[in-house]
Design a protein around this ligand. Structure first.
Ligand code: HEC
Ligand code: HEC
Length: 629
């Protein structure tokens, strides 16, 4: 790849020098045939920073308005600017030390960045979420998502000449792009549009540039407004932390944020949290930079004192490549009261948790519970309530769990919560309950249920990549959730009640995409207890017919023994029905059937559900030279 890239670099550099030298108003249009009168020079964003002018000056010119060629005509995320710098270093021989590079990225992100409303729709890109993204315009989708995520596109703003320049860059560095994507599929349309207009004969690339220039222009009201009001976010203080670690469940804790002396936008963090289901505690220490007044980018590592109290832990960033390091990408809300995002790691950033901070004042906060569903007619159920700023003395009568739920006693009270012992009445109505406590309510925190009608696997599809030899493995985590059909008694309707995370038993089954290919034997291992899929190694497998790679499609199947059943996991189960990621394996009671009958059925049921897992090849092409820290 490296030598290939240098070959491209050699052929492209002559063109590249031209690109920089051409005055903006006369830049060649992508299609010479479409020559239009020269447009007025575009207005860029002045960059009066001596630092940036010096670092980029050897090749980019600064005009009398302090506009720097090319750079002043686009806005980007911190990641986007970092990638630009990496490319300048790798391909254009920019010489820059890491400290200056960081300062340049900070300056550009702050002054040529995105407004909160612009960053939000593209947050999945920087939070590195694997999602099914659908972009509204056909002019771009299919053309621009062949090789990378559309998240890269929608997280930028450019003047029209820079959208042109971006396409030119693709053609210059990746000459195959015209054959692979930037071409017309089939002949140009000859018929009039349905509304009588002449046929739209623009080349797909022209259409894309027209669309992008309109949808993602350099100047927007959002950016004008944000750049006027933007200021350093004052985040110091104590925050309640809630989060979700896929497969492991909810986490609750607190974060102490402290400004780094001599800065307005850098902070250290001391964080401690408890896994609600297992009780495991974690302490982390980190450091974060706030870009553009709202974009949190940090890194934290698990502290030595983890497992015990978090106090007195020295934030140790020297831990360097510590295996526990997580990258933190979060967004600070305008009121500086909430910060939310994703912390992640892994060869493909695929392992991560959702995290949310909420500023703590003096009032009590209910963060959540260790379980989110309670069965009817159950006695002495233990329920841990995680909270912050608990009143010093707490009586059972202070907590209101709603109709049908009574608190027998309080088992233990610690600084981060209480353990309640709860009775659920036999006639308690099925449905959600708010928890009301010390004047605050946590809406629908608990659900009372009489039976688990079905389970579902989340996510309903997932992707893993073989690896472990030259490339990293991409893991996939699954969860099983219990569901109640709701009052209508019918599955998959809007009134279904999502109950709780379940400890299911996990197995792989063949997904028949290719006949007789035995994918299930080769793709990898699914941990029977945790639902974590570990892919096999990459490369041809001599033991597989045709020496094929260990890739394939499989069903990930969760089996759950409904409570009260006498047969344990491993009992014979019905095969899942064909098609559909959600399968329910249980005799369905007719709506309105008496709950006694339902309870009786619960006694001998195993519930199954499944999700599609695609195990594919490593991402062989990563155009990330990783020259910067
Ligand atoms: C040693 C020469 C050199 C230096 C120094 C340099 N660049 Fe560039 N830059 C280029 C060349 C050549 C191009 C046009 C080819 C291309 O797009 O890669 C370019 C293009 C660009 C573009 C437009 C392409 C795009 O990503 O849309 C941006 C933005 C950019 N540079 C940013 C920077 C920044 C920021 C700095 C300073 C930190 C910098 N450059 C320093 C050579 C340089
Ligand atoms: C044939 C593959 C391919 C197609 C199709 C493609 N790209 Fe790219 N794109 C790339 C590669 C390779 C990079 C460079 C990645 C890097 O810099 O790490 C890139 C980078 C980018 C970047 C980031 C570069 C920067 O300067 O900030 C943007 C934005 C982008 N592409 C937009 C588009 C748009 C818009 C389209 C559709 C018109 C498109 N891409 C179609 C391969 C492609």
């Amino acid at each position: 790849m490296r030598s290939l890239r240098h070959a491209f670099a050699a052929t492209a550099s002559a063109w590249v020098v031209l690109m920089l030298a051409v005055p903006r108003a006369q830049q060649p249009a992508t299609d010479p045939a479409a020559s239009v009168p020269a447009p007025k020079p575009e207005v860029g964003i002045p960059i009066p920073s001596p630092l940036v002018q010096k670092a980029c000056g050897p090749c980019h010119t600064t005009d009398e308005k302090q506009q720097i060629s090319r750079i002043s005509f686009q806005r980007n995320t911190p990641e986007g600017w970092q990638d630009t710098l990496k490319r300048m270093v790798a391909l254009n021989d920019l010489q820059i030390d890491p400290q200056t590079a960081r300062e340049v990225v900070k300056y550009l992100s702050n002054h040529l960045g995105l407004a909160p409303e612009e960053a939000a729709p593209a947050a999945f890109e920087v939070e590195r979420r694997l999602i099914d993204y659908k972009y509204a315009s056909n002019d771009v989708e299919g053309l621009c998502n062949r090789c990378h995520s559309l998240g890269r596109v929608i997280s930028q703003r450019r003047a029209r000449s820079e959208w042109d320049g971006l396409i030119a860059m693709h053609r210059g560095w990746y000459p195959l792009v015209d054959r692979q994507a930037f071409r017309r599929m089939g002949p140009a349309p000859r018929d009039r549009e349905p509304d009588g207009r002449p046929p739209d004969t623009r080349h797909p690339v022209e259409k894309a540039i027209d669309h992008l220039s309109r949808a993602f222009p350099l100047q927007t009201p959002e950016w004008s407004a944000w750049s006027a009001t933007m200021r350093p976010a004052r985040l110091d203080g104590t925050w309640a932390l809630t989060g979700w670690d896929p497969g492991k469940g909810a986490i609750y804790g607190r974060a102490v944020i402290t400004p780094v002396a001599g800065t307005t936008d850098e902070f250290t963090t001391e964080i401690s949290y408890t896994y609600a289901r297992s009780g495991k505690t974690v302490a982390r220490a980190g450091r974060a930079v706030i870009y553009t007044g709202f974009q949190w980018r940090g890194r934290s590592t698990q502290s030595a004192g983890s497992g015990s109290a978090a106090s007195g832990v020295e934030p140790s960033m020297a831990a360097g490549n510590d295996k526990t390091a997580l990258r933190e990408v979060m967004f600070v809300e305008r009121d500086w009261r909430r910060i939310a995002g994703r912390w992640f790691t892994g060869g493909y950033d695929e392992q991560g948790l959702d995290v949310r901070f909420e500023r703590l004042g003096r009032e009590t906060h209910i963060l959540g519970t260790d379980r989110t569903a309670l069965p009817v007619a159950a006695r002495e159920q233990s329920l841990r309530l995680f909270a912050a700023n608990l009143p010093a003395t707490l009586q059972p009568g202070d907590v209101d769990l709603g109709p049908g739920l009574s608190i027998v006693r309080i088992d233990s009270t610690t600084s981060d919560g209480v353990t309640l012992v709860v009775n659920v009445a036999a006639n308690a109505a099925v449905g959600p309950r708010d928890i009301v406590f010390a004047g605050v309510a946590k809406p629908a925190a608990l659900t009372v249920y009489d039976r688990i009608d079905a389970i579902r696997v989340a996510p309903s599809w997932n992707m893993a990549r073989v690896g472990g030899v030259t490339f990293p493995k991409m893991f996939a985590q699954f969860e099983a959730w219990g569901y109640h059909n709701g009052l209508d008694g019918k599955p998959d309707t809007p009134d279904d009640l999502k109950l709780d995370l379940l400890d299911a038993r996990w197995t792989l089954e063949e997904y028949t995409a290719t006949y007789d290919d035995d994918d299930v034997k080769f793709v990898g291992e699914l941990d029977e207890a945790t639902g974590l899929f570990t892919p096999n190694i990459e490369g041809p497998n001599a033991k597989r017919r045709g020496e094929r790679n260990n890739i394939g499609d499989v069903w990930v199947v969760a089996t759950y023994m409904a409570p009260g059943s006498t047969t344990g996991p491993g009992m014979p189960t019905m095969p899942p029905p064909a098609g559909g990621a959600v399968a329910i394996e249980a005799p369905q009671p007719a709506a309105g059937q008496a709950s006694e009958t339902r309870a009786a059925q619960t006694a001998a049921r195993s519930l199954r559900a499944r999700a599609h897992l695609l195990v594919t090849v490593p991402l062989y092409m990563r155009w990330d030279p990783s020259v910067m820290p």
